[in-house]
Structure formats: structure tokens, C-alpha cells
Ligand binder design. Structure first.
Ligand SMILES: Cc1cc2nc3c(=O)[nH]c(=O)nc-3n(C[C@H](O)[C@H](O)[C@H](O)COP(=O)(O)OP(=O)(O)OC[C@H]3O[C@@H](n4cnc5c(N)ncnc54)[C@H](O)[C@@H]3O)c2cc1C
Length: 493
């Protein structure tokens, strides 16, 4: 029988996108969100005229966004006022040297040759590899779903997959292009966006620096949350119903099907299809009956977490670019202490975002809005990490790093501070282990090996978002929403 109704658990990017597609196909869609507003990890905090994107700050892979908005029946360029950010990042190394990553090849030539003679040619070859990987990954692994083993384990897909260097570690692969350690880190740090260390990530991810420089890093006026606002407009136009402050406590199932959901207030809602956007490991652990799948998921690799600082500042730091990255010389040790020790590195790499450089409305006139993100280990099972202490240490590292740029008085100019530790990530969005990017994208957790968009036993229970296929990131969550809505329609015609 053709389904009539869908319940979506969670109003994250993937959930809203899927809801729009499903409502446009004629289904009655209700989205239940535990928080008071939509967006999930793509969230916003506003205080005293300061606006912070608390999760994503980088609009990358614009071509993917463009396609997904078109498939939602609209135009990205009409809906979002985008400006290109170039240089994309200002990189600062421990010895005080700097590198501004830019698509201006003349500037890259000058900067790279100063760091390592002959490295500009290596850079061009590296970009070529990145382009090759980008195209293959999108066509072969991202823009399609893997419903059965033979969708992945076939000659065509495996042959294409072998051409993206899946078995070579990204960092090791850098020796083919650069000798200089700073350059190796300048073009691999992006792996952290997928929750991976470059010492573990496949060389496939050279696609990220490529797309950032070739297609650009962009910034939507009003910040990243304007993507959520745009999707919400589209959802309301399509007739999607949203219920906020409404936590799902359990998905009600029989042997083969999901029947509906039980809410925290004790009420029940039935639906023909249940689509979970809450992070997949959490759904298995907390909303479904305990079975061997839950244990198998707990053994999977989770991404790192982050300590984030949101500062309203009473003066402007004009010299601070929109995206500044401090990359530590003990680069490997940094990732190991995050991944192995689940802690804060001794000399952490970190990222500072100053959105008012791009959009003055993000701070009151003459003031600044600053975000600092320090990657740290996820929560461990024994709960022994002392997050208050680690947070205070991380804060001091940020001030210390900024001093290298001549910013010595920030602490005295902070009007207010909000911080998120891994405990906050876990609580706010129900992220298992406080892992900001959910399940990591190591080789054995990609494509068909990533948990499927449909539950193996319950035939009308589906998943959308970062820890399912294709994976983490806003545009990827939009792809996930499109793929799963198509699958639902095909499997329940
Ligand atoms: C610090 C940080 C930085 C990032 N930077 C970038 C970036 O620069 N660029 C980029 O593209 N991506 C970035 N990402 C990744 C990106 O934010 C995510 O991959 C994407 O937003 C995930 O969307 P999702 O569809 O998985 O939904 P989620 O964001 O996981 O949303 C799921 C929703 O479900 C709700 N929910 C959970 N449990 C329940 C329940 N029981 N009942 C009801 N509702 C529930 C949650 O409250 C949440 O609203 C970043 C993420 C973080 C955390």
C-alpha cells in the first residue's frame, strides 16, 4: 500500500532536506525536533548583537550545494547571497611563518617557492590529483546509494574506487608532492572535517584542498545559519509540519516494521515511514531495541570532538582574517593525542573564525565576534576526562597563539564567552561520544561499508545525515536527504 505519512526524527540539514523532497512527492511529513529550533549541528547563537555559527563555518563544495538546491526546485544563487572567501585560510606555523591559501596562482607561486624551492610544480600536480579524486568520488561514491553488496562490489565501482588511492595514507602521499613539513600539513589539515587524521585518512581526501581552491570557499550573508533558514522556507512551502521541543524517546517496532514513535511526554505518533535524522549511532543505542547491531556500531570508529569558544569582543581585530589556522609543528603528535589519548594535544593546532570580516552585521559596530575551535578527543567510556581543566588549557592556548599575530589584549576585551566541550555536543544534539562528525570516514566506514540509509530488519525505517551515507558536511547531508527520499519512494511506490 502506498504510504501516506512520514515522521522525521530531527530537524538537522539532512532531515529537513529529506522532508522537503518527500512532501513535494505528496506525502504528509511531520518533523519532530527535540530542540527549540531547527538546524541541528548547523546552529546559531545570538547575543547582544553578536551572531555565531556554532557548528559549520565553511561553505565548501559549492557545486554540490548548487545541484542540491536545484533538485529542491530552487536556485542557490537566488536564495543565498554568497561571497567568495579568498584567501580561503591564513595558516600560521609555530615559527611564526605564514601561508595564505589562495586561488591566485601568482601569489601561491611566490609563497610556495619561498617555503620550498620547486614546490609550486608539486602544488599544481597535487591539485590535478585532487581534481581527479573529486570527480571520481562524487560520481562513484557520493551521488548514489549502496543498497546491496553488489552495488559496491562490482568491477566498475571497485575499479573506480582503486583510482582514488584508498589504500595510501594521505600524509604519506604528500611526499610525492612536497618535502617541507609545513606544506604537507597545509594541504592535509582539511581531513579533520571528516573526523580523520591525515595519518589515517586515505589520500582520496586530496579532493578537499582541490575543491576549496578551485571552486572556492564561500560565505552566505547572515552566516551559515541562513542555509537552515532557506531550507525551512522551502519546507514550509512544501507543507512540512514541524514540532519543536519534542524529543522522541523510542521508535515503536514489530518484527519487521517501525510503527511510529513514543515521545518524551508519553504521547505516541504513528506513521507509515519513520526517517531518523538524529545521529545514527544514537538512534541504534537509544531509540531501538538492543541487539547485536548496537554492539557492532559501538565498535566502529568515531570522529574527534572539539572545544569551541564563542566570544563577544568590545573591539575589532581587523588584522585577523576570516579563517585563521594555527598548525602545530608536532602535527602527527597532535592527531595521535586526539585519537589515541582522547585528549587535548600539548601544543594544539586550532582554528579562529572572524565572521564580521565577511559580514559586518555579525557584530555590533566597532566590535568583534570571534569563534575559536580546538579539536580534541571524543568522550571516553570511563568519563575520566576533566573537561573544565582541558577547556581552560585550550583557552590559554588560543590566547598564546594569537599573541604570535600581535594580538595580546583579547582576554581583556571579551565581553562574554560561551563554550562547548564534547559533553555539550553530546547533550545538545545527541551525538554519541560527543563526536562532532559522528562516525569517521575511514576506509572501512565509507560507501557500502557505512551504515546503510535503511535499517536491515525494519523495512520502513530509514536514516539520513552525517553518520549514514554519504557522510558528514552540510552539502553531503543534503545529498543524503535526496538519496534517502528517492529510496523511500522507490521501495514504497
Ligand atoms: C563544530 C563543527 C564544525 C563543522 N564545520 C563544518 C563546516 O565548516 N562545513 C560543513 O559543511 N560541515 C561542517 N560540519 C558538519 C555539519 O555540521 C554536519 O555534518 C551536518 O550539519 C549534519 O547534519 P545532519 O543531517 O546529520 O543532522 P544533525 O545536525 O545531526 O541534526 C540532527 C537533529 O536531530 C535532533 N535530535 C537528536 N535526537 C533527537 C530525538 N531523540 N528526538 C528529536 N530530535 C532529535 C538533534 O537535536 C538535531 O537537531 C561541522 C560540524 C561541527 C559540529
Amino acid at each position: 500500500m502506498k504510504p501516506q505519512s512520514v515522521i522525521v526524527i530531527g530537524a538537522g540539514i539532512g532531515g529537513i532536506t529529506a522532508a522537503i523532497h518527500l512532501a513535494r512527492s505528496g506525502l504528509h511529513v511531520t518533523v519532530l525536533e527535540k530542540n527549540a529550533h531547527p538546524g541541528g549541528r548547523c546552529d546559531r547563537l545570538s547575543r547582544s548583537g553578536h551572531h555565531f555559527d556554532t557548528g559549520p563555518t565553511l561553505f565548501v563544495m559549492p557545486l554540490l550545494y548548487e545541484t542540491e538546491f536545484r533538485l529542491l526546485g530552487t536556485s542557490m544563487h537566488e536564495r543565498l547571497e554568497l561571497q567568495r572567501v579568498d584567501p580561503t585560510y591564513h595558516l600560521v606555523f609555530d615559527d611564526g611563518s605564514q601561508l595564505a591559501l589562495t586561488s591566485d596562482l601568482k601569489s601561491m607561486h611566490e609563497q610556495l617557492e619561498t617555503i620550498q624551492a620547486g614546490s609550486f610544480q608539486g602544488f599544481l600536480r597535487y591539485l590535478q590529483e585532487g581534481e581527479h579524486h573529486y570527480q571520481l568520488v562524487l560520481d562513484t561514491l557520493v551521488n548514489r546509494d549502496f543498497r546491496k553488496a553488489s552495488d559496491f562490489f562490482n568491477i566498475q565501482t571497485l575499479a573506480a574506487s582503486l583510482r582514488i588511492k584508498p589504500l595510501t595514507h594521505h600524509y604519506r602521499n604528500m611526499s610525492a608532492y612536497f618535502n617541507e613539513a609545513h606544506l604537507k600539513s597545509a594541504f592535509t589539515f582539511q581531513d579533520i572535517y571528516t573526523g580523520l587524521s591525515p595519518f589515517e585518512a586515505p589520500a582520496t581526501f586530496s579532493m578537499m584542498p582541490y575543491t576549496e581552491l578551485a571552486h572556492g570557499v564561500w560565505y552566505p550573508k547572515g552566516g551559515m545559519y541562513s542555509i537552515v533558514e532557506t531550507l525551512m522556507d522551502l519546507a514550509r512551502q512544501a507543507g512540512v509540519e514541524f514540532i519543536f521541543n519534542s524529543a522522541v524517546e523510542r521508535i515503536e517496532v514489530n518484527a519487521t516494521h517501525a510503527r511510529g514513535v513514543l515521545l518524551a511526554d508519553g504521547s505516541r505518533l504513528d506513521a507509515d515511514i519513520v526517517l531518523a535524522n538524529a545521529d545514527l549511532p544514537y538512534v541504534y543505542q537509544h531509540l531501538l531495541p538492543q541487539d547485536r547491531l548496537v554492539k557492532a556500531l559501538a565498535r566502529k570508529r568515531f570522529s574527534c570532538s572539539a572545544i569551541s569558544f564563542f566570544w563577544g569582543v568590545d573591539k575589532t581585530y581587523e588584522d585577523l582574517g576570516p579563517h585563521t589556522l594555527f598548525l602545530a609543528d608536532d602535527y602527527r603528535e597532535n592527531f595521535e593525542s586526539i585519537d589515541r589519548d582522547l585528549s587535548l594535544p600539548t601544543n594544539p593546532s586550532l582554528y579562529i573564525h572572524a565572521p564580521a570580516r565577511l559580514d559586518p552585521s555579525m557584530a555590533p559596530p566597532g566590535q568583534d565576534t570571534l569563534i575559536a575551535i580546538v579539536p580534541v578527543g571524543r568522550l571516553n567510556e570511563n568519563g575520566e576526562q576533566k573537561w573544565d581543566e582541558l577547556r581552560d588549557k585550550a583557552r590559554q592556548h588560543v590566547f598564546r597563539r594569537l599573541r604570535a599575530l600581535g594580538i595580546t589584549d583579547l582576554e581583556a576585551h571579551i565581553k562574554f564567552e560561551e563554550t562547548y566541550t564534547p559533553l555539550a555536543w553530546a547533550k545538545r544534539y545527541n551525538l554519541v561520544n560527543g563526536s562532532t562528525h559522528g562516525l569517521s570516514h575511514r576506509l572501512t566506514q565509507m560507501a557500502y561499508m557505512r551504515p546503510s540509509n535503511r535499517h536491515p530488519h525494519y523495512q520502513n525505517l530509514y536514516f539520513v545525515g552525517a553518520s549514514t551515507h554519504p557522510g558528514t558536511g552540510i552539502p553531503t547531508a543534503m545529498v543524503s536527504g535526496r538519496l534517502v527520499s528517492r529510496r523511500i519512494q522507490e521501495e514504497h511506490p
